[in-house]
Design a protein around this ligand. Structure first.
Ligand SMILES: Nc1ncnc2c1ncn2[C@@H]1O[C@H](COP(=O)(O)OP(=O)(O)OP(=O)(O)O)[C@@H](O)[C@H]1O
Length: 286
């Protein structure tokens, strides 16, 4: 698979991720999948569905499939995980102009990557699979993949993406899994105490304020209770890249309005988003 596997880089929902090296010396990240059961059909489906080429998507270099041992080999991302960057600020004030611009750039990049993946999956579904795949990868017709393509997982992705952007704006996790690993909600209201938020005025430019408002408005659309109210990733990217004046306020339960003050909106909307998130996780919606 690789010459060697050295350090553990992290732990994801599907297994541990280790740093390794391929024969030409390139570092790689090896995701060793746990619970590798079944005949491998689903695994190969997943591999094919994630082997996309896009500037905002980490490149899958290969995979290992040997009975119950399964692993995915990705290009190594030396800057590490986004959470190290976005959760470190202790205050909104800490986000000066440059950081906000960078956060926005990152949000747009991830949005474009996800949009690309969703579009690629939809096109595969619409136009079927190319000849080579029809010949070599019959596993494509698996029902589980088609169910995934049905839309439910798209809207879950949109929810997760929106929550992530709200967390990027807030600089803290909306769900605190650090201590108890429970679904306890971390209410970030304290971050938006009026004193702290008012201190943003004069510190950020109007343009930056508009950027933040776009991220919050878009994020709140994404975490709507009803998945049908959530936008597609194509719409999400449009919302982020378009002008704030064309953004509509999310429907109830959010009373957010892009035209009212930033601090009022952030305070109100993040606590509602958190409450909603808790409700959704209790109901097992995501
Ligand atoms: N390509 C990579 N390069 C460097 N580090 C990586 C890479 N992929 C993952 N990691 C590290 O391993 C950790 C776990 O990644 P992983 O993708 O398994 O978890 P995840 O993002 O929670 O996704 P999931 O639960 O859906 O598998 C990441 O947080 C990151 O620190």
């Amino acid at each position: 698979m690789t010459n060697s596997v050295v350090d553990k880089l992290g732990q994801g929902g599907f297994g541990g991720v280790y740093k390794g090296e391929v024969p030409d010396g390139r570092p790689v990240a090896v995701k060793v999948l746990k619970n590798s059961r079944g005949d491998g059909e689903e695994f190969v489906n997943e591999v094919v569905s994630i082997s996309s080429s896009h500037v905002n998507i980490v490149t899958l270099l290969g995979f290992c499939f040997e009975r119950t041992k399964r692993a995915l080999i990705y290009e190594y991302m030396s800057n590490g995980s986004l959470d190290k960057l976005i959760y470190r600020q202790t205050s909104l004030h800490g986000n000066h102009n440059l950081q906000w611009e960078k956060l926005y750039e990152i949000a747009v990049g991830i949005g474009r990557g996800l949009e690309y993946l969703h579009r690629a999956m939809q096109e595969r579904r619409k136009y079927g699979f190319n000849d080579r795949c029809k010949r070599d990868c019959r596993v494509y017709s698996s029902r589980s993949v088609l169910q995934k393509l049905g839309g439910v997982s798209y809207k879950s992705d949109v929810y997760s993406y929106g929550m992530m952007v709200l967390e990027m704006v807030g600089g803290k996790r909306n769900i605190d899994i650090g201590e108890s690993r429970s679904s306890e909600i971390f209410l970030p209201n304290c971050m938006y105490e009026s004193e702290e938020v008012s201190s943003l005025h004069g510190v950020i430019t109007d343009e930056t304020e508009e950027t933040i408002k776009k991220m919050v408005t878009m994020g709140l659309w994404c975490v709507q209770t009803n998945p049908l109210d959530r936008p597609s990733m194509t719409k999400v990217v449009e919302m982020l890249e378009g002008s704030l004046q064309f953004l509509q306020s999310p429907p109830k339960p959010f009373l957010y309005s892009p035209t009212t003050s930033l601090e009022t909106n952030i305070t109100a909307s993040t606590s509602r988003a958190c409450a909603l998130s808790q409700k959704e996780s209790e109901l097992g919606c995501h």
